[in-house]
Design a protein around this ligand. Sequence first.
Ligand code: CU
Length: 76
Amino acid sequence: MAQFSIQVPDMTCRHCVRSVSQAVSDVTGVREVVVDLATKAVHVRGAVEPDVVCAAITAVGYAAHVIDSQTTPPQT
Ligand SMILES: [Cu+2]
């Protein structure tokens, strides 16, 4: 399970938040998506690579880059 944050500087309104969270939710392996418009950050948890989530956000028209990444050991 990975947990990471992605910066999406071009998110400016709730419409953007909706598009981005929808795109991220559709990525295989994503368990949880929290979009913070104030900091223009997308917080993601799931069995997925940050780069894959970035690509999904880019695909819907927003520049994105990983700002924080941390992999936790699998739970037993
Ligand atoms: Cu917008």
